[in-house]
Design a binder for this molecule. Structure first.
Ligand code: GDP
Ligand code: MG
Length: 175
């Protein structure tokens, strides 16, 4: 049984970029949110992920829409994302290391807390942290992101691959 890693977060934080970094090549869509046909932004992409000696399936989820009724496209996408997270060995909650905590990040954090019991496999990842001299230099908004109540984020850059060593250290025990 190949372990599974789900990527979740609000739009534009770099979920797909991180997916592409872990998968390194584009893969076919495997799930469509019911009723949406080929509507890409509501689909889940699944691919074969590699990080050093780790092999896993990666899921780029369609995300979470606050308070979407269950009979809407957004509601079904949210339900599908929840199911995928609950089936995954590791969930990467991705936020934007430059922007700080946004209302949508708080909503997702609260939503994750409402059903995610295995908190140890929920990893909090701040993307877009390339080229920093370090957290000590006070760059970005990592301390602001700690307000989400998910601990201190792991800074990475999906664009350059910086921080993936630390991400590996956190993922390895669960895979
Ligand atoms: P998603 O909506 O969460 O899937 O986000 P995308 O992967 O589509 O990325 C959203 C935007 O952020 C795009 O313009 C990306 O080029 C940019 N982006 C993604 N990862 C990084 C990163 O590591 N650093 C920077 N500077 N920009 C990034
Ligand atoms: Mg995306």
């Amino acid at each position: 049984q190949v372990p599974t890693v789900a990527i979740v977060g609000r739009p534009n934080v770099g979920k797909s970029a991180l997916f592409n970094r872990l998968v390194r090549r584009r893969e076919a869509l495997v799930y469509n949110t019911p009723g949406t046909g080929e509507h890409v932004t509501r689909d889940v992409r699944e691919g074969k992920g590699r990080l050093a000696d780790l092999s896993f399936q990666v899921l780029d989820t369609p995300g979470y829409e606050p308070d979407a009724p269950t009979d809407t496209v957004q509601g079904r996408a949210t339900a599908l994302t929840k199911t995928l997270i609950q089936r995954s060995d590791v969930t990467l909650f991705v936020v934007d290391g430059r922007s700080g905590a946004m209302p949508a990040d708080f909503e997702i954090a609260n939503w994750l807390r409402s059903f995610h019991v295995h908190s140890a496999s929920l990893l909090f990842v701040a993307n877009k942290c390339e080229g920093w001299d370090g957290v000590e230099a006070g760059e970005g908004n990592l301390y602001d992101l700690a307000r989400l109540g998910m601990g201190f984020p792991i800074p990475v850059s999906a664009e350059t691959g910086e921080g993936l060593g630390e991400l590996y250290d956190h993922m390895q025990p669960h895979l």
